[in-house]
Ligand binder design. Structure first.
Ligand code: DGL
Length: 259
């Protein structure tokens, strides 16, 4: 059997929040990372274009990394393109979708928030998740695309803009009963402390990274052992990316050519 890494894909650095959970659950596994930073943010793009782009980038990244499993660590991509990716690629694909089910189970008041990109909060996939797992809850969906950039800046060592964070979260606080927030974009767990500090009260913040790591451990076979920094790939040159990737155990990004 040929050995390869598990490849984690996102539009930008958000997938690193999933890398943290993967490293915890699979400390021996080699990981690689790919991001489509040339086209970030995904959350405001048109669906048809996005599906074609995600297929092209993932196909190129799977080939370049020689991975044995692809983890799509992006809610915006997964809620749209998982089926297409699974029919196009020959490796197993693990997706990331908003953690509506655990949040609905956790909330005491029955009012939860979904903080995600414009695309994710409006997707039929997301609405089905809410219908299936949170029919007994009130769900306030908040599009917070501005936080994607703030997370990118945070990982590059800059301080997030407090006013941008305040405005992005404001719709969540209209009802004092809301007690649980789904971080439905993988960029947002990177800002968890910043978000918690900006909240007017104690909130349970729920994301999918542990569940993805569990699922990946079940499907990944033939994973190479972790030896030194993993390879990383990016579609655009950005000198600020290398530090953030190094922090999560990756070598500086190699250019990823997308056809
Ligand atoms: N990190 C991505 C997600 O989970 C999307 C960020 C973006 O490019 O808009 O949805």
């Amino acid at each position: 059997m040929s050995l390869g890494p598990i490849l984690v894909f996102d539009s930008g650095v958000g997938g690193l929040s999933v890398v943290a959970a993967l490293r915890h659950r699979l400390p021996e596994a080699a990981l690689a990372y790919a991001c489509d930073n040339a086209m970030l943010p995904y959350g405001v793009r048109e669906d048809g274009w996005l599906v074609r782009r995600i297929l092209a980038v993932c196909e190129a990244a799977v080939a370049a990394s020689g991975c044995v499993t692809l983890v799509v660590a992006c809610n915006t991509a997964s809620t749209l393109a998982l089926d297409a990716l699974r029919s196009r690629l020959s490796v197993p694909v693990v997706g990331t979708v908003p953690a509506i089910k655990p949040a609905a189970a956790l909330s005491r008041s029955g009012h939860i928030g979904l903080l995600a990109t414009s695309a994710t909060v409006a997707r039929p996939y997301t609405l089905r998740l809410i219908e299936t797992f949170a029919a007994h809850c009130r769900v306030t969906r908040v599009a917070a695309d501005a936080l994607v950039r703030e997370a990118e800046r945070w990982l590059a060592g800059e301080t997030p803009d407090a006013e941008v964070v305040r405005q992005a979260l404001a719709p969540l606080w209209e009802d004092p009963a809301l007690d649980t927030v789904v971080l439905g974009c993988t960029h947002f767990p990177l800002l968890r402390d910043v978000l918690a500090a900006a909240a007017p009260r104690e909130i349970a913040w729920v994301d999918s990274s542990e569940a993805i790591a569990r699922r990946t451990a079940q499907v990944a076979a033939g994973v190479a052992s972790h030896r030194g920094p993993g390879e990383s790939f990016a579609t655009a040159r950005d000198p600020r990316l290398a530090d953030g990737l190094a922090h999560f155990g990756f070598a500086p990004p190699q250019p990823l050519r997308v056809l």
